[in-house]
Design a protein around this ligand. Sequence first.
Ligand SMILES: C[S@@+](CC[C@H](N)C(=O)[O-])C[C@H]1O[C@@H](n2cnc3c(N)ncnc32)[C@H](O)[C@@H]1O
Length: 181
Amino acid sequence: MEIGIFFILILICALYLWHSVDFMLSKGPNRVVNTNSNLKTCLPIIRDIIKRYNISPNTTTYLEPGAGYGLIGQALSQEFYWKNPTALEISSSTYTVGFIINKISHSRIHYIHENIFEYSFPKNAFIYCYISTAMINRLYQEGKFDTSLVISLTFEISNIKPTERIAIPGWQKQILVYDFR
Ligand SMILES: C[S@@+](CC[C@H](N)C(=O)[O-])C[C@H]1O[C@@H](n2cnc3c(N)ncnc32)[C@H](O)[C@@H]1O
C-alpha cells in the first residue's frame, strides 16, 4: 500500500517536472502553454453567447484548437450535449496531464493530441480559442473558420472587425465573437 502511494507520488513529481521543463523550453506560440481561460469569468459569457447566437449544441460541433488541459471544453460538454465535442492540444506534457484529468472526470470531450494546423476543421462549428494573434490569424487565413462561430479570448484576428467585443475583468481583457456563419 505504502509502496503504491510512493510510486504515485514519484509519478506526479516526474509529470510536474516534465511539464515545467517543457514549458521553459517551448518557444513561439506554444510559450503560452501554462495559461488557461478563467473558467469563472468565461463560462457564464460563453453560455450567454450560445443562447444569444441561437446555437443548437446537439447539431453543432464544439471545437477548441489549443485546448490546454481541455477544461473549458470539459465544462461545456457537461452542460450541453454537443454533436462532436473536440479539443486539440499539441504539447505532449500538457496533453498527458489533460488526458489524465479528462479520464478521471469521465469527460465527454474528444481530447486529441494534434497540431491545429494539420487538423481538418469542421464546417458550421462553434469554435472556442485562446491562442496567440499569429495563430488565430493563420487559422483565419487558411479558411478554417469559414461558416463557423468563433469565440476568441483576448486575441483579435488582425484587420477583421469582430461581431461583438465583450470586456472582461482582469488581464485577459476581452472576449471577441466572430460570426462567420
Ligand atoms: C493559452 S492555452 C489555452 C488553453 C485552453 N484553451 C483554455 O482556454 O484554457 C493555448 C494552448 O494551445 C496549445 N497550442 C499551441 N500551439 C498549438 C498547435 N499548433 N496545435 C495545438 N495546440 C497548440 C498550447 O500548448 C497551449 O496549451
